[in-house]
Design a protein around this ligand. Structure first.
Ligand SMILES: Nc1ncnc2c1ncn2[C@@H]1O[C@H](COP(=O)(O)OP(=O)(O)OP(=O)(O)O)[C@@H](O)[C@H]1O
Ligand SMILES: [Mg+2]
Length: 249
């Protein structure tokens, strides 16, 4: 199959067998895609496959996690057939724990992405970050985590504006032209929203939704949106195996 190769339409391989074909070659270069799903639907596995492909292409890759146990994450990847040890040792792949207690968490993330010259970045997951308490100061020109003492005119923390500003700020960090990013988002069971913050789905370039049908013992993947891409909206059956993760059936 032939794909467009103009600058504005370059694609980045997803690493998921059958998904590149559904996306005219992969994720649009420079885009941010939300990987949304209820617990256990395979969001982290989508990220592993994405970074594994990057590693194989000799690209610089970053896995940002809000989970302290990076060892567990690497073990989990191993069990699915991904061996990241070599890439981590050589510095081609970095796992970075984002400490939400630290009031420099945004800046840490920003600095790492700017300085690291990564071409593939994953944030797993956006949900705890988007839910952390923040102060919106200087009429929204700045967002700072609570705990910083230099606070003036804060917006109410539970306001939709505050959440929207905070999520926008987080996503903007990932919108660096040079990198193509995936961000996972937890959907609450039974909710019709695609994220718990209910705004990130509007701010990203693409959305993949992962689903389970326990009664049929089936898993599904749906492309809900993808900037500049003609794609089907039909849910596709997928399977997860220990030999490389998710594949489209
Ligand atoms: N080796 C395997 N073979 C088949 N299925 C597996 C294997 N390993 C994991 N799974 C399935 O993948 C699921 C975990 O996938 P993953 O961790 O990507 O989900 P997640 O959406 O990130 O979950 P969470 O919301 O808890 O972070 C498991 O619940 C299991 O159903
Ligand atoms: Mg996960």
């Amino acid at each position: 199959m032939e794909y467009h190769t103009s600058t504005e339409d370059r694609r980045v391989g997803t690493g998921i067998a059958g998904l590149d074909e559904l996306l005219q070659g992969g994720y649009p270069k420079g885009s941010v895609t939300l990987i949304a799903g209820t617990p256990g639907t395979g969001k982290t596995i989508v990220c592993f496959q994405y970074l594994d492909t990057g590693v194989k292409n000799k690209e610089k890759c970053l896995f940002l996690t809000s989970d302290e146990r990076i060892d567990n994450l690497v073990n989990q990847a191993n069990k699915l057939g991904f061996n990241f040890d070599g890439a981590v040792k050589s510095g081609q792949l970095k796992f970075l724990y984002l400490d939400l207690e630290k009031h420099t968490v945004h800046k840490d993330m920003e600095d790492e992405i700017r300085m690291g010259k990564y071409s593939r970045v994953v944030l797993d997951s956006l949900t705890p970050l988007s839910e952390m308490p923040v102060w919106v100061v200087n009429r929204g020109s700045e967002i700072i985590p609570v705990g910083d003492t230099m606070v003036n005119t804060p917006l109410p923390l539970d306001s939709i504006q505050a959440t929207r500003m905070h999520v926008r700020r987080l996503l903007r960090i990932l919108e660096e032209d040079a990198c193509t990013a995936l961000v996972t988002s937890e959907i609450t069971e039974g909710s019709r929203n695609l994220s718990r913050d209910s705004v990130s789905e509007f701010l990203v370039d693409g959305i993949l939704v992962l689903d389970l049908d326990p009664s049929m013992d089936r898993r599904k993947l749906t492309v809900r949106k993808m900037r500049g891409t003609k794609h089907t909206l039909k849910p596709r059956d997928i399977e997860i195996t220990s030999k490389g993760g998710i594949r489209i059936l």
